[in-house]
Write a protein that binds this ligand. Structure first.
Ligand code: ACO
Length: 325
C-alpha cells in the first residue's frame, strides 16, 4: 500500500526579534504577564518581507535538503491566512520562483490547523496515485493583520514559515489522522474581514475593524483543550497506542497553558511535548512545521520513531496526524 513519508523539513523566520520588553514599550503590558499567561518570551517580526519571501525560502531549502529538482515536483500546497495577494496563491508564487513547472499549486485556509489540512490534502493526492511527491508549507506574516494597539492579541503572534517535502513510499509515513471543522463557532476567532463595498452600495470600504485578529481568548482556550484532547485520544485509540509509543507530541505553539492542560488530562509527560513558542510566539499555520523542523534539525528523531502533530485554529478547525519517521 502507498504511504506518504516525510523526507525533508525546513523553516525560516524574519531576522528581527521583538521581545516582551520591546512590546511593553508600545502597549500596556509586561514580560511577566506575557510569560505567565502564554509562555512566549520573544517572536520574529517581519521588517518588510511578505509571506511569499518566507515560504519561497522554505521551498528552496526543501528542494536542497531532499536533493530533488524543481521540475520533478508534482504538488505544492501552502497553508496561510496572510497571503500576499487574494490571487495568485502563495503556492503559485513558489512555483514561479523555484521553477516547479510541472506542479499543481494551490493554497488552503484552516488558520492555525492549516499545515495539518495541507498535509492531509497532499497525503490524499499521493495515496490516490499519479502524484509522487509534494512540497507542503505553512507560512505567515501575522504582524500585518495584528492590531498593534491591542495588548490582548498583539503579544501572542509571530512571523515565520515551515514545511515538509513528502514522497510516495512503500514504507509507513503518515499513518492516521483526525481532522475536523466546527464552523458553528467561527466567530470566536476571526481575521481579515473586508466589507463588500462597490460603486452601487453605501459601504465605504477601507480597513474594517475586523480586518485585525479578533479573538475570544477564553472560548478559544476551551475549544483548543477539548478538541486536541479528544483528537489525540481518538488517534491513539484507533492505532492501539499509548503515549509511551510516541517519541514526540508536536502541538500548535499557541500557549503553554493549553499544552499543560492536555498533558495533565491525557497523562502524557510534559517533556514529551516539543515547544518553541518561547522564541517564536504563535505563528499560526507555520507553528507545527517550524517545530517539527527544529526537532529534525537537532537530530532528535530516528527512523521508525512515531511523532504526533496536533493543531487547532480559526474556522474553527483542528487536526491531528500520526507519522512514522
Ligand atoms: N498585558 C497585560 N494585561 C493584559 C494583556 C497584556 N498583554 N492582555 C490582556 N490583559 C489583561 C486584560 O485586560 C484583563 O484585565 P482585567 O482583568 O482588568 O479586565 C486581564 O489581563 C485578564 O485578561 P484575560 O483575557 O481574561 O486573560 P486570560 O487569562 O484569559 O489570558 C489569553 C488571555 C492568553 C489570550 C488566554 O485567553 C488564552 O490563552 N487563550 C487561548 C487562545 C490562544 O492561545 N490564542 C492564540 C491565538 S489563536 C490560535 O492559535 C488558534
Amino acid at each position: 500500500m502507498i504511504s506518504t513519508r516525510v523526507i525533508a523539513t525546513a523553516g525560516c523566520v524574519p531576522e528581527q526579534v521583538v521581545t516582551n520588553d520591546d512590546l511593553s514599550k508600545i502597549v500596556d503590558t509586561t514580560d511577566e504577564w506575557i510569560t505567565q499567561r502564554t509562555g512566549i518570551k520573544e517572536r520574529h517580526i517581519s521588517s518588510g518581507e511578505n509571506t511569499s519571501a518566507l515560504v519561497i525560502r522554505v521551498a528552496e531549502k526543501l528542494l536542497e535538503r531532499a536533493g530533488v529538482e524543481a521540475e520533478k515536483i508534482d504538488l505544492i500546497i501552502v497553508a496561510s491566512v496572510t497571503q500576499d495577494y487574494g490571487t495568485p496563491s502563495l503556492a503559485c508564487m513558489i512555483q514561479k520562483e523555484i521553477g516547479a513547472v510541472n506542479a499543481v499549486a494551490f493554497d488552503v485556509i484552516a488558520a492555525c490547523s492549516g499545515f495539518m489540512f495541507a498535509l492531509s490534502t497532499a497525503d490524499k493526492y499521493i495515496k490516490a496515485g499519479g502524484y509522487k511527491n509534494a512540497i507542503v508549507i505553512g507560512g505567515e506574516t501575522l504582524s500585518k493583520i495584528v492590531d498593534w494597539t491591542d495588548r490582548s492579541t498583539c503579544v501572542l503572534f509571530g512571523d515565520g514559515a515551515g514545511g515538509a517535502y513528502v514522497e510516495a513510499s512503500d514504507e509507513a509515513g503518515i499513518i492516521r489522522e483526525n481532522i475536523g471543522s466546527a464552523g458553528a463557532q467561527y466567530e470566536i476567532l476571526t481575521e481579515g474581514y473586508t466589507e463588500c463595498a462597490n460603486a452601487f452600495n453605501e459601504n465605504k470600504g477601507g480597513v474594517h475593524p475586523l480586518w485585525y485578529v479578533n479573538m475570544n481568548g477564553r472560548e478559544v482556550f476551551k475549544f483548543a483543550t477539548k478538541k486536541v484532547i479528544k483528537s489525540l485520544e481518538k488517534v491513539m485509540a484507533e492505532e492501539n497506542l499509548t503515549q509511551e509509543d510516541i517519541k514526540y507530541f508536536v502541538p500548535h505553539q499557541a500557549n503553554v497553558r493549553i499544552v499543560e492542560v492536555v498533558s495533565k488530562k491525557l497523562d502524557i509527560p510534559f517533556e514529551k511535548f516539543y515547544m518553541n513558542m518561547d522564541r517564536f510566539g504563535n505563528t499560526s499555520s507555520a507553528s507545527i512545521p517550524m517545530a517539527l523542523n527544529e526537532i529534525n534539525e537537532k537530530g532528535l528523531l530516528e527512523r521508525g520513531n512515531l511523532v504526533m502533530l496536533s493543531g487547532f485554529g480559526g474556522g474553527m478547525t483542528w487536526g491531528t496526524m500520526l507519522i512514522r519517521w
